[in-house]
Ligand binder design. Sequence first.
Ligand SMILES: Cc1ncc(COP(=O)(O)O)c(C=O)c1O
Length: 377
Amino acid sequence: MLDLKRQYAPLHRELLEALDRVLEKQQFILGEPVAAFERAAAAQLGVAHAIGCSSGTDALWLALAGAGIGAGDAVVTTPFSFFASVSSILRAGATAVLADIDPVTFNLDPAAVETVLQGPQGQGVKAILPVHLYGQCTDWTAFTRLEKTFGLKLIEDAAQAWGAEWQGVKAGGLSDVAAFSFYPTKNLSAAGDAGMVTTNSDEVAERARMLRQHGMRRRYYHDEIGWNARMDGFQGAILSVKLKYIDGWNHARRTVAKRYHALFHAAGLAEAGPYPMHGVVLPHEVPGSHHVWHQYVIRTNRRNQLREFLAARKIGSEIYYPVPLHMQDALKSLGYIEGSFPEAERAAREVLALPIFPELREDEQQTVVAAITDFLS
Ligand SMILES: Cc1ncc(COP(=O)(O)O)c(C=O)c1O
């Protein structure tokens, strides 16, 4: 599914030197290794502030709290994402309201959100939190319209989308505040847990920095209840090295995605969609969006059998995500039931992520597509 060793091999020496510098200076938490990464990350994304923190989950939490979302507020998001997209809203003390997804991109559907905003659940909604799923930006033009019409804040869950763009603007700089994850499988990855908040607002940045250190502006003087969400110096150092290569890696991911497209078309398996018939529906790059292909996700019937078939041939695949968030036991209190979000539920039954990473070779992709062809024919 993902061979991280292929990324590590050429960077081995550079990464060890970066780690050694941290050891020499003994700067293990925040400090210059993290500050240097924050400066370089902000410059690369074209945002005023980048705040390194302990994980993508904490970044979401800091983004929400930094933007002033808390008790009494509601935030609209998607039921088809990683758990943290919703749990962070609840941990910020707010209420999570869900709306269904677009079956083509799997991203939050602006029309479904508008319907929610116009209904009784729209009361108390202060923000929308779209997720740039699989490395493709959500339709930001539509969400900007909703932001203006309903006077809301927009918060990006950009955990899977370092380098993705919407109409030339990079994810992380599209909204009031955004959250990234550097979990080791992400397209920009740390050697452990790490995350980042980005914003163009001085005020939100200042609050996020304060909250990441137990609500301290001055050492041991606590203005608010924050939490420990600091980034380690080792992670900052590693991420500073990898930041120099991420554009090239994202470019390579786009090449891999194009090759999958071509191979599936050549095999006669590609179907128009959005729902599968006998073959596979390929992922779609929306015009105006620059996809970074964090995942290459096909849709197919008999998905579970296909996954087992691939596993028997030692081909990795993954389901992101098998259970929509409104059907998770931990989120029953949201009050939704099976059938509440038919698109998310159907996607959960049909999606399959295939191996994709910058170093994936063409012959390996041919093996994947040949196996899928064998299964479907
Ligand atoms: C969409 C999304 N949001 C949030 C997160 C949480 O990030 P982390 O695992 O770094 O806490 C992830 C990553 O797992 C994610 O994919």
